[in-house]
Design a protein around this ligand. Sequence first.
Ligand code: IDP
Ligand code: MG
Length: 236
Amino acid sequence: MRSQIYRSVSNSLRSFISASKSSPLCAGRAVAAATATSFRGKAPAVASFYGRTESRHVPNGWLSGLLAVPAAVYMLQEQDVYAAEMERTFIAIKPDGVQRGLIAEIMSRFEHKGFKLVAVKLVVPNKEFAEKHYHDLKERPFFSGLCDFLSSGPVLAMVWEGEGVIKYGRKLIGATDPQKSEPGTIRGDLAVVVGRNIIHGSDGPETAKDEINLWFKPEELVTYQSNSEKWVYGLN
Ligand code: IDP
Ligand code: MG
């Protein structure tokens, strides 16, 4: 819901921006640039467009209306629009993937797609932790063996960010059973049996949130703007 609102606000602003490029009314681009300078470091004025934060920096009254809009438009012309509230998913290379030297290969598939790495660490989870991670499978006959395996060696835990990354991350990974994974997917290309399918990926927004919280502390997630974002995202 929030992301729908965000998208629709972003889209409206983008339309407004592209209209402004051809409209003499918005010779305001130059004005906006000038105005934006005085707003530098006061990003909350823009954040309020996403309904996240109330601006405390914009003065009240007619002047604020005049200044805030072009300033926000100017700032939103860049990749800020896309970086503001991207989806995140939890991806882990299991001990078989790590031991087989597939870390770089797997990371490069997410990286080359255009997704952004926002957290990564190599850890050996204990069995109790593995049981928490796979709690929804506790009734399955392979649960104990699966948790033994996940806790048997290093796991590369990661958080990847990008538009649609949860669902598309699963596509990149391929079907659970590598015998059924399409060629071109990570499991399809790099694994043979379900018990050694080398990678985990969150299967939905709720799981992604829970798994990120289980594996990472909030301060381990790095928010930054990637140089490639303006080439990965855009509307024509
Ligand atoms: P997923 O990893 O594609 O989300 P899940 O059904 O969530 O698949 O299962 C979690 C993991 O449990 C799988 O990745 C695989 O390692 C293991 N697993 C799933 N089904 C079987 C099975 O039938 N036998 C053995 N291991 C299984
Ligand atoms: Mg799963």
